[in-house]
Design a protein around this ligand. Structure first.
Ligand SMILES: [Zn+2]
Ligand SMILES: [Zn+2]
Length: 141
């Protein structure tokens, strides 16, 4: 995301802080995550400001809304085509930039011209595996 691309969005210090957070935290945050982080610097900022800014950036194609997490909307500020690794324990989402050539049999096209794909991998992240491992240690006797 480049600041000049959002020239037509009114650049308030709060909005810039939201954008800065998105650019430096590639964690696919929810609106609430962004709000929690940015309101530390701007305690008077409302959740609505965060939400509206995210919606504006999304409209401009600078932010992608992810539907992976059914509980809440998550946002991705990396608009390059990529896939995701999702931890089923902590819901953390990691980026995967490998290209996958996935062949779809023609009788499954349903008249579509295929322009891309998105693959979600599910698993347990390193951090959660470590926590699980330490739990096992504690419960040994
Ligand atoms: Zn995890
Ligand atoms: Zn991503």
């Amino acid at each position: 995301m480049i600041l000049s691309e959002i020239a037509d969005i009114k650049q308030t210090p709060q909005r810039l802080a939201i954008i800065e957070y998105l650019e430096s935290n590639k964690v696919h945050p929810s609106a609430l995550d962004v709000y929690k982080a940015v309101s530390e610097r701007f305690p008077t900022m409302s959740f609505a400001t965060v939400y509206n800014t995210l919606e504006k950036l999304k409209e401009k194609g600078l932010l992608i809304e992810l539907s992976i997490d059914t509980g809440k909307k998550r946002f991705d500020c990396d608009t390059r085509p990529h896939h995701h690794l999702i931890c089923v324990k902590c819901r953390e989402i990691f980026d995967v930039f490998t290209d996958f050539i996935l062949e779809l049999p023609e009788d499954e096209f349903h008249g579509f011209d295929i322009i891309g794909n998105h693959v979600d991998f599910y698993g347990i992240c390193k951090k959660c595996k470590e926590i699980e491992g330490s739990d096992l240690e504690l419960n040994k006797d």
